[in-house]
Design a protein around this ligand. Structure first.
Ligand SMILES: Cc1ncc(COP(=O)(O)OP(=O)(O)O)c(N)n1
Ligand SMILES: Cc1ncsc1CCOP(=O)(O)O
Ligand SMILES: [Mg+2]
Length: 212
C-alpha cells in the first residue's frame, strides 16, 4: 500500500465505544497512527452530532488528520470540517461538491461496478469506498467483495480506493495487498480495549511504502 492520508481510516460509532467518549477513542487511535477520521453517528440527534463533531475537531486540530462527516452535509458545513462521506442514498455527489466547494474531501461509497464507473465521470472525487467483507456493524451492507473483488474495483476506478467492512488485524494485510489505498474500520478500533494499540497493529499490517 502506498503512503497517503487514506491509509488507516477510522469510522466512529459511539454505540461501539464501550462507554467511552468517542473523542477519547479518536485521540488514542490518532496516537496509534490513524490517518483520517470519519464521524459516523447514525443514532445521534442533530444537536449531539454537532457537539461531538466540535469536540473531535478540536482534538484533531494540529494533528494533520482530516475530519470527515458521514451523511450530513449540514453538519460538515456547520463545523467546517475537512470533508464529507456519502453513499448511494445520500446527497448526490455533484450537489455535495457544488455546496462544499473544490477544497473539501468528498468520498463516495460504491456498491457495484456501475456505481464505480459512474464516479469515473468526475475528476474531483477524492476517494471511492467498497465493501471488503461481511460485518455485524452495518447489517444492510451486503456486497462483500473479498480481496479479489477489491483488486478488481481498484482496476475499474480512477480514484483512490478505500475498503471497509469486516476488516480486522487478521485480514488487513490481504486487503492492503489487493492495492487498496486505505482500509477503513469501525469495530476493530472503536471496540478495542486499547484503541491506540489496535491502530498501531493495524497500521503495521498495511506495509505502507513511501513510493510514488
Ligand atoms: C469509508 C466509508 N465507506 C463506506 C461507508 C458507508 O456509507 P453509506 O453506504 O452511505 O452507509 P452509512 O455509513 O451512511 O450507513 C462509510 N460510511 N464510510
Ligand atoms: C460503514 C460501513 N459501510 C460498509 S461496512 C461498514 C461498517 C464497517 O464496520 P466494521 O469495521 O466494524 O466491520
Ligand atoms: Mg451514508
Amino acid at each position: 500500500m502506498k503512503k497517503n492520508y487514506l491509509n488507516l481510516y477510522l469510522v466512529t460509532d459511539s454505540d461501539l465505544a464501550l462507554g467511552r467518549p468517542v473523542e477519547d477513542v479518536v485521540q488514542a487511535a490518532v496516537r496509534g497512527g490513524t490517518t483520517i477520521v470519519q464521524l459516523r453517528e447514525k443514532t445521534a440527534s442533530t444537536r449531539d452530532f454537532y457537539h461531538i463533531a466540535l469536540r473531535v475537531k478540536e482534538i484533531l486540530q494540529g494533528t494533520g488528520v482530516p475530519l470527515i462527516i458521514n451523511d450530513r452535509l449540514d453538519i460538515a458545513q456547520a463545523v467546517d470540517v475537512e470533508g464529507l462521506h456519502i453513499g448511494q442514498s445520500d446527497m448526490p455527489y455533484e450537489i455535495a461538491r457544488r455546496i462544499l466547494g473544490p477544497n473539501k474531501i468528498i468520498g463516495v461509497s460504491c456498491d457495484n461496478d456501475e456505481q464505480l464507473l459512474e464516479m469515473n465521470r468526475y475528476d474531483d472525487v477524492n476517494y471511492v469506498a467498497v465493501q471488503a467483507y461481511g460485518t455485524q456493524t452495518k447489517a444492510e451492507a451486503d456486497h462483500p467483495l473479498g480481496p479479489a473483488g477489491v483488486l478488481r474495483s481498484k482496476k475499474l476506478t480512477r480514484h483512490p480506493l478505500v475498503a471497509i467492512g469486516g476488516i480486522h488485524l487478521s485480514n488487513a494485510a490481504e486487503i492492503s495487498e489487493a492495492e487498496a489505498d486505505g482500509i477503513a474500520v469501525v469495530s476493530e478500533i472503536m471496540s478495542a480495549k486499547d484503541p491506540e494499540d489496535a491502530a498501531k497493529k493495524l497500521y503495521l499490517q498495511l506495509g505502507v511504502k513511501n513510493e510514488k
